[in-house]
Design a protein around this ligand. Structure first.
Ligand code: PMP
Length: 429
């Protein structure tokens, strides 16, 4: 059942001549699972269509932002109308204030927020602010959490960095990497001990990890970090670039009832356009230039098109019942996948929080990076290709999370479960 990918193969071959690996973000090259990436031509709802006209039910959704589905007419209209008025100005626009008011209204710990252009910029800036505020240098992260590609955050990180076996990137000066300490996710004890030395500027984490597959926080993990950060004057940063407005309207911090000192956002708040944001308590954000001494800037920051797409997306997410619908659709899917695997005798584990999930090929509980590493990655690769041949587009690594949108239909979900069942049966027959 081989896919016809001639047009994509040609584009990929051309791309490899002029773009490193033929792609503008490494995971897209499919190195972990092998094969040719398809080149996207268009997308609508939960469908994505490639250059050869193959259609797939999409669980990548631009790695999270397209929570309404692709090509939402209201978002498209907002983008078009805004574009007609000018693409960017180098002057503030009212939409940026609307966005800031909305974000600060939803997240109780956010008094002020600054918009940037990517998740990487958001986390990088938040760390600088936390360091400036505390006048301390050391930061703590968790192994397998990915916070973008700033030097001091590419230490034992997840997502593509883990997939390609380079969680610690070349090119990061040793002296910079030394300022970052990494601890196992979901194990607060060693972190508590280290924080009590009193010299750590910030603890940054994904409150639900998505970059070593989907891994929820164990009960007490976030709460303990909150307590010890307060006790030691350490800035607790939740990187909600992926989880923000994904796992619930109030994001992971609302879902688990733990308030960080700073929050990083991205993805959904740009509705598919480039964006990032970092914010927090007024006392901390006061150190940001031009009010304070921490410099951070951006020519295209607060871009009107991104803001319009984001505000329209967030508007649609305020309709009552929306998150229940997402949760129901995702539960139906994950339960169907579990049943199909059990019926075929394939050992799997599913982790799900809201509309974010990962199907792990292993029977053990997956609570940290070592657990993800211990999964059967060859099986995952075979699953990825089997699903793609059957018209289902999954992220190409066990170290990624899948996303469900409001546009996924019952039929598309049933088709996904049947496709998985067919792949599982192929293995055991
Ligand atoms: N933080 C998290 C939790 C992410 O998942 C990502 C990207 N997937 C980033 C930061 C970096 O965002 P960007 O790719 O927009 O730089």
């Amino acid at each position: 059942m081989a896919l016809h990918l001639e047009e994509s193969e040609q584009a990929f071959a051309r791309g490899q001549e002029r773009i490193p690996g033929g792609v503008n973000s490494p995971v897209r090259a499919l190195k972990a699972v092998g094969g040719t990436p398809f080149f996207a031509a268009s997308a609508s709802g939960a469908w994505v269509t490639d250059l050869d006209g193959n259609q797939y039910v999409d669980y990548i959704l631009s790695y999270g932002p397209m929570i309404l589905g692709h090509g939402n007419p209201e978002v498209t209209r907002a983008v078009q109308e805004t574009a007609e008025k000018g693409l960017s100005f180098g002057a503030p626009t009212a939409g940026e204030v609307d966005m800031a008011e909305l974000l600060c209204g939803v997240l109780p710990g956010m008094d002020q927020v600054r918009l940037v252009n990517s998740g990487t910029e958001a986390t990088m800036s938040a760390i600088r602010v936390a360091r400036g505020y505390t006048q301390r240098d050391t930061i703590i992260k968790f192994t397998g959490c990915y916070h973008g590609h700033a030097d001091y955050l590419l230490v034992k990180s997840g997502s593509g960095a883990a997939t390609f076996g380079v969680p610690d990137s070349l090119g990061v000066p040793k002296d910079v990497a030394r300022t970052t300490l990494s601890f196992p996710y979901n194990d607060p004890t060693p972190v508590v001990e280290r924080l009590r030395e009193g010299d750590v500027a910030a603890v940054i984490l994904e409150p639900v990890a998505g970059n070593m597959g989907c891994i929820p926080p164990e009960p007490g993990f976030l709460e303990t970090l909150r307590e010890v950060c307060t006790e030691t004057g350490t800035v607790l940063i939740f990187d909600e670039v992926m989880t923000g407005f994904r796992v619930g309207w109030k994001s992971a911090q609302g879902l688990y009832g733990v308030q960080p000192d700073m929050t990083c956002l991205g993805k959904i708040i740009g509705g598919g356009m480039p964006v990032g944001a970092y914010g927090g308590k007024a006392e901390i954000m006061d150190v940001v230039s031009p009010m304070g001494g921490v410099y951070q800037a951006g020519t295209l920051s607060g871009n009107p098109i991104s803001v319009a797409a984001g505000l329209t997306t967030l508007g649609a997410l305020q309709v009552p019942g929306v998150y229940d619908r997402l949760e129901a659709a995702t539960t139906q899917l994950t339960e169907g996948l579990l049943e199909a695997a059990a019926e075929a005798g394939v050992p799997v584990t599913v982790n799900r929080v809201g509309s974010m999930f990962t199907l792990f090929f292993g029977e053990h509980p997956v609570k940290n990076m070592d657990d993800t590493a211990a999964c059967d990655h060859e099986r995952f690769a075979s699953f990825f290709h089997g699903m793609r041949e059957r018209g289902v587009n999954l992220p190409p690594s066990q170290y990624e999370a899948c996303f469900v949108s409001l546009a996924h239909t019952e039929e598309q979900i049933s088709h996904t479960i049947s496709a998985a069942s067919a792949v599982f049966h192929e293995w055991v027959s």
